[in-house]
Write a protein that binds this ligand. Structure first.
Ligand SMILES: Cc1cc2nc3c(=O)[nH]c(=O)nc-3n(C[C@H](O)[C@H](O)[C@H](O)COP(=O)(O)O)c2cc1C
Length: 318
């Protein structure tokens, strides 16, 4: 069991926030197969403060049984406080079951970095402190049932920042204000095919008083055992592994295979997904991707290789 703030998770294995992937219906599919906490895709705080309807619609916490948090992208503490007050002030069903808030300091998109958000903030200690503190103070006062607040970081904006170990003072700052830190063990210029630097997670862990969630290439129980051994991280955030197979959580929990065992298993998961997507009014961008995802799962089971992209277009991975 893993405790983040007052949230008691049934396992250390958390579904990552993923654009075009982590919609309410797919979160349920992963939850039923062993994910212990799930996230919406990244929501721009600026879209909330400007009352942008399509931004509000992306917050789709319709399912009360699935522990779900909202991930926000912010540029400063004022924007954060304003965005949080929008969440708080709304009676929309979209917002009903928000149990955690995460801040994204990892998105490598040039557009995000240009506005001084995401990894552009990793080195800006005073700004970060103001943001972390605003989030921690909000949690103390909010009327929403928020169990945990935290941050997701990369190792730096670039190689130089990683070498300067900018992530270490961030962990110390986080100790004072929030409940956990997710560390995606790559810097923001790194390609997702490059090997993550788990040793940085281990270093960060020696400075932390709060749980550290490791992220980057964790798919199998062997990966998790190695992450534990090498870093002492308390949890793992799973992204691409859960696109390839929502059963990845079953494998991580040691309860069976991390991949589907039969076509019938894939058919049942897709039927469940589509029924939930209808129920929740899931947007076409998610549905289209998941239909393709299930098609790929069937092909893999049949030993076929399909052409075309294996990930939906997104600005979070190079
Ligand atoms: C399709 C896709 C969308 C993503 N969207 C987000 C996002 O909205 N917010 C975020 O913090 N990270 C996002 N990421 C990054 C993942 O959360 C994770 O940090 C990264 O994929 C490394 O984990 P993995 O090795 O398990 O894939 C995305 C990744 C992918 C593949």
């Amino acid at each position: 069991m893993l405790k983040l703030g007052s949230l008691e998770l049934s396992s250390p294995f958390i579904l990552a926030p993923m654009e075009s992937v982590s919609d309410c219906a797919y979160r349920r599919v992963c939850w039923d197969r062993g994910a212990s906490l799930t996230w919406t895709e990244m929501i721009r705080a600026r879209g909330l403060t400007r009352n942008n309807k399509s931004t509000f619609d992306l917050i789709d916490t319709f399912d009360p049984e699935v522990l779900t948090g909202v991930q926000l992208l912010v540029t400063n503490e004022k924007e954060l406080v304003e965005a949080l007050s929008k969440l708080e002030g709304s009676t929309s069903a979209h917002f009903k079951n928000i149990r955690a808030v995460d801040l994204n300091f990892g998105c490598p998109s040039p557009e995000v970095i240009k506005i001084g958000a995401g990894p552009a903030l990793l080195k800006r200690r005073a700004k970060l402190e103001a943001i972390f503190s605003a989030l921690g103070e909000w949690k103390k006062k909010t009327t929403l049932p928020i169990g945990a607040v935290g941050v997701k970081i990369r190792l730096g904006l670039n190689r130089m920042e990683q070498d300067q170990k900018v992530y270490l003072p961030i962990v110390e700052l986080a100790n004072e204000h929030v409940d956990y830190v997710v560390i995606h063990a790559r810097h923001a210029r790194q390609d997702s095919t490059e090997k993550p630097t788990w040793s940085a997670i281990a270093e960060a862990r020696t400075r932390s008083k709060i749980p550290i969630i490791g992220n980057g290439d964790i798919v199998t129980l062997d990966d998790w055992n190695r992450l534990r051994r090498e870093t002492n991280a308390e949890g793992a955030l799973i992204a691409r592994g859960a696109i390839r197979s929502p059963w990845v959580f079953r494998g991580l929990r040691g309860l069976g295979s991390g991949t589907p065992e039969s076509l019938a298993e894939i058919d049942a998961a897709e039927t469940q997904y589509l029924a939930l997507a209808d129920k929740f009014g899931t947007k076409p961008k998610f549905r289209e991707w998941h239909r393709e995802g299930f098609r790929r799962m069937r092909a893999r089971l049949n030993g076929e290789t399909l052409a075309g992209p294996s990930l939906p277009a997104n600005e979070h991975m190079k």
